[in-house]
Structures are given as C-alpha cells and as structure tokens.
Design a protein around this ligand. Structure first.
Ligand code: AVJ
Ligand code: FE
Length: 431
C-alpha cells in the first residue's frame, strides 16, 4: 500500500528536512570552527551554508518564482566554479550569523513561491534544491570527519541485524538486458536519464561490501607494497601519497585504530571498509582475483527484478526507504556490520547496496545515450570524462531524498574523504 503525498507537501518536507540537518551540522560548532578551513579539500562550513542559500535563491526564488534577486552581490562568491575550495577561506564570505539570516530569508521566499505556484508540476526544481542541500550536508559531514579536536556529533550505533549464520560470499546476478536509468522518478537528476536498455553478462557479486577484516588481509599480505595489484597511475599515487591503510587508520600495537568524528576506536572487523580511494579498491579487487563491478552491473544487481523483468526504484521494491531498509540519513555515524538490513536485500540477494558506504565502480562518469543537461551543465556534464569514477548506493551520511538505485555520484580516483567503500565481483562461466 502506498500513500501519495501531494507534490507541494513532499517538496516542503524535503526542504525542511534538509534545513534541519544543515542546522544540526553547523549549530554545534563555534564561529571560528565554521569559518576555518579544516582541510584544503573542503570549503569552510560557512561557505557551504551560504552556497546552499545562494543556489536556492537562484533556482527557487529567481527561476521558479520569477522574483527579483535578493543578493545578486553574493553570486560570484558562492559560485563553485569561480573559486577553488582551497581559496575560499580568503574570500569576503558572510559571517555565520549573516549566512543563517540569508538562508532563512531565502527559505521564506522559496516556500512562498511553492505555496503560491498555480501548478507546482512535478516539483523538480524544489526536489533538486532539497537534494543539493542534502548533498552539501553529506559534504559537511565529511568536513566534520576531517576536523581535529573533540567530538561534537553524536548518534547511536546502527541496530544489530547481521545474521548469526554467515551469508553466501557471493550472489549470482543473471545475465540479459535490463533497464538502466530513471524510470518514472520525477526528482531523478539529469545524469540518471534517459532510461535505456543495457545487456549485462552473468556475474557473481559480493553479497556485502568488503569488510575491514578482509581489507586488513590485503594489508597484511603486503598489498600496498606489490605493484602487481595496482593500476600504473594508482601505484604512482600510492608511492607519492605514501598510502599504507585507509584514511584515518593508525597502527596500535599489533592492530589498528581509526579516528571517527573525533573519537579514536579499534577498527571494527565486521564493518564495511570506509575511506578508501578508487585506486585502493581496484588494487584490493585484483589482489583478491576479482574486479570492481561496472556501473551497469551494480545497477542491475541493485534493481533488476527477474520475476517481472522490471527495474525497481530501490533494491527492496518501490517503497521509500525506512529505517529497516538501509542505513541512510545520518541516523548513525558509521556503517552497519556487513550483512545487516535483511529487509533491504535486492532480488539477487545482495545486501546494503543502498546506505552504509558509497561503492566505487569500475566505470568513468559519462552521460547516458541521449543525455541532456538539465537544468544546468555544471551539475553533471562538465564532470563527464575519464577523470572521475562513478560511486553508487549512498552512505550513512546520504539522505534518502538523494539516494535511489539510479543515483550517480562521482569523484577523482584518489579521493578518500568521502564515505566510500566497495564490493568486488567476477564473471560467471557461461552455462
Ligand atoms: C554529486 C557529490 C559530486 O558535491 O561535487 C553539490 C554534488 N553539485 N553542488 C559535489 C553537488 C553541486 C556533487 N557530487
Ligand atoms: Fe553545490
């Protein structure tokens, strides 16, 4: 049974949910921590705050509402293409109190536009802006992970729903065509479109993401010191960056500890590995005699229903995610043990495809056949090409509004500050 929420209501809820999260991530820090740059990879949090407001002003107040600009003077400061992240602290940015006032003023107008629109249609621009704010909220959560100093965020651990008896190591995803890309999801973004058929061969996919324990075997086996496992670029990067373990890990006697949101703790063996680059994921897979799934393989595993031939919206069906399906929405500040969330399993039997950790795929980020930028080239199109690898599935830091089996994320193959892990696969012998 599904309840149909009217578009206006759905948009209002999505916007206010995002705003509560933005506030939770910024109200917990004193002003100097909001204006500081915690890592050259990240903007100061106060830049994310006003950038969220500026995008909302551009797309909801000016574009959707046709209303005059509130603060046109802010456009160049908060244009992500104008200044690199490392240069942003030196800009004459709004102070935190002014950024909060700006966010609130824009929101008042945006909600008024929503309420007074003669016909909200499918509410795409409102959905896009709610997703944009939530994407920055995940980025701000990564900034929290990078910052030094005592913990300020707190959340309960995920519930223990991992099975007592071990799951099969891998599941078979049957070959044949399936529909890739958004099918009837009005808030799907431009890079998820258009839906198109893709043929995928039979393959065996890890039932769960690669765990810390499995990843430690790669470390213990000298995986970081053996160029056989690494792509040439990856090996160069491994040398130059002196990689020896996932980010935030440190040796402690005979074992490992990790820093997680300001707390140092033993690395939990049964959790999906987190904060590894694409190069590390790719090297692990080769060491294991396997490979990363392509993006199409990942999506087929996550949504193809062999019983009906249909592509689902989520691994478990079309119903919106609830807390039993997946570890999403910053309810917990860590992945759940591998094998958790039986209610979120895909038809092929794979678990935790959505939530917990983003999963690196083998595929470069490109447009689907017939791609059309919408509503602006700078969301996706300018990132197409061999420089970025696709990630799928969302993490514990991803809000459900910005997570579905078609959602595509991307990053450079060296990046580790995002909440990324991976799973591996291998081809199946035909017959
Ligand atoms: C889709 C996460 C790669 O953060 O660069 C935010 C999302 N785009 N503002 C990013 C985004 C514009 C984007 N990612
Ligand atoms: Fe942005």
């Amino acid at each position: 049974e599904t309840t149909v929420i009217p578009v206006r209501e759905r948009a209002r809820i999505a916007l206010s949910t995002a705003r509560r999260r933005t506030q939770a991530l910024t109200d917990c820090l004193p002003e100097p921590e909001l204006t500081a740059q915690h890592s050259p990879l990240m903007s100061p949090l106060v830049w994310d705050m006003a950038h969220i407001g500026n995008q909302e002003e551009l797309w909801l107040v000016r574009r959707a509402g046709g209303r005059p600009a509130l603060r046109p003077d802010l456009d160049p400061l908060y244009d992500a293409f104008r200044h690199r992240r490392a240069d942003r602290p030196a800009l004459p940015l709004l102070r935190p109190s002014d950024a909060r006032r700006y966010l609130a003023g824009v929101r008042d107008q945006a909600l008024d536009v929503l309420a007074s629109a003669p016909d909200p249609g499918d509410g795409f621009l409102f959905g896009m802006i709610a997703q944009h704010e939530q994407q920055h909220d995940e980025t701000m959560l990564a900034t929290h992970q990078l910052r030094r100093g005592a913990a300020v965020l707190n959340a309960p651990p995920p519930p223990r729903t991992a099975p007592a008896t071990p799951l099969p190591r891998e599941v078979l995803v049957p070959g044949g065509p399936f529909t890739m890309g958004a099918t009837g999801d009005p808030w799907a973004l431009d890079n998820e479109r258009p839906a198109h058929p893709v043929d995928v061969q039979d393959f065996w996919l890890d039932t769960v993401p690669v765990t810390n324990a499995a990843y430690q075997e790669f470390i213990d086996d000298g995986g970081y010191d053996d160029p056989r496992w690494w792509q040439p670029d990856g090996w160069l990067h491994r040398k130059r960056a002196d990689l020896a373990a996932p980010a935030f890990w440190r040796r402690d006697g005979s074992g490992w500890v990790r820093r997680r949101f300001g707390v140092t703790e033993p690395v939990p063996p049964d959790e999906p590995v987190l904060h590894v680059s694409w190069f590390e994921a790719d090297a692990y897979a080769r060491w294991a005699g396997r490979r990363l799934p392509t993006e199409a393989e990942w999506e087929k595993a996550a949504r193809h229903d062999p019983a009906t031939g249909r592509s689902r919206r989520y691994p478990w069906g079309d119903d919106a995610p609830d807390p039993a399906h997946a570890n999403l929405g910053q309810r917990h500040l860590r992945p759940a043990p591998a094998g958790s969330y039986p209610a979120g399993a895909a038809p092929c039997g794979a678990r935790q495809l959505l939530g917990d950790v983003w999963e690196w795929t083998a595929t470069d980020f490109t447009g689907y056949p017939g791609f059309a930028a919408h509503p602006y080239r700078e969301y996706s199109q300018v990132f197409f090409g061999a420089l970025h690898k696709v990630l799928r599935g969302g993490s514990f830091g991803t809000d459900p509004v910005a997570c579905r089996a078609t959602f595509r994320n991307w990053d450079f193959p060296v990046r580790r500050q995002i909440f990324a892990g991976f799973r591996t696969c291998r081809g199946a012998e035909p017959g």
